[in-house]
Write a protein that binds this ligand. Structure first.
Ligand SMILES: C[S@@+](CC[C@H](N)C(=O)[O-])C[C@H]1O[C@@H](n2cnc3c(N)ncnc32)[C@H](O)[C@@H]1O
Length: 180
């Protein structure tokens, strides 16, 4: 039976999701878990009690990792054969995000965001570029297979990207081959 695990760090988002999906006919196939992507994932998700995830979907949250290389490596281990990780990420550090996100992500004692140990190390950046994400996916042993919107597409103006990477043993799709 297919199952969806909805995760977040914040009890607010988990509570909102429980309420939002409560009347859906498939809600019995959904569970909820507090997960902090700055800590090891497998323990938080019940260790080896699952057969691997077909899809790991993270919408505008993977940049909260302290080290995206470590995060993607861990996610790669969690994927089932044929599994994919789907990211929606802001990929441009606009002045607005540079001036607000370090405050929004500050620690409760006001010491600022946790120091990143990935490509953002030593900077105040919150986001990675699309190229940095795909390079990190490759370093993590995953195969980037979707990067949308394409260059020059009107949606590019929103600075948001859909990035998908597959386990390397996943067969290449027709669309993927066609895209290149
Ligand atoms: C911009 S919101 C996106 C929320 C939702 N995914 C969406 O697309 O509407 C960023 C999310 O990342 C979560 N988050 C922040 N730090 C996190 C962490 N260390 N581990 C897990 N989730 C985290 C926040 O609680 C928040 O839900």
């Amino acid at each position: 039976m297919k199952h969806y695990v909805f995760t977040d760090l914040s009890s607010h988002f988990l509570r909102t999701a429980r309420e939002r999906f409560a009347d859906e006919p498939w809600v019995h196939k959904m569970s909820f878990a507090t997960v902090d992507i700055t800590a090891p994932l497998a323990d938080q998700l019940g260790g080896a009690e699952h057969d691997g995830y077909d899809v790991v979907l993270a919408a505008t949250m993977a940049h909260n990792s302290i080290d995206v290389d470590a995060l993607l490596r861990e996610v790669g281990v969690l994927l089932a054969p044929g599994g994919v990780v789907v990211l929606i990420e802001t990929i441009v550090e606009h002045a607005q995000s540079l001036t607000t996100m370090p405050f929004a992500l500050s620690m409760p004692d006001g010491s600022g965001p946790p120091a990143r140990t990935d490509v953002r190390a030593g900077s105040h950046r919150t986001y990675l570029t699309a190229h940095e994400w795909t390079a990190a996916m490759v370093r993590a042993g995953l195969r980037p297979c979707v990067d949308l919107p394409r260059n020059g597409h009107p949606l590019e103006a929103f600075s948001q990207r859909l990035l998908v990477a597959a386990r390397p043993d996943t067969p290449t799709t027709h669309a993927e081959t066609h895209d290149r």
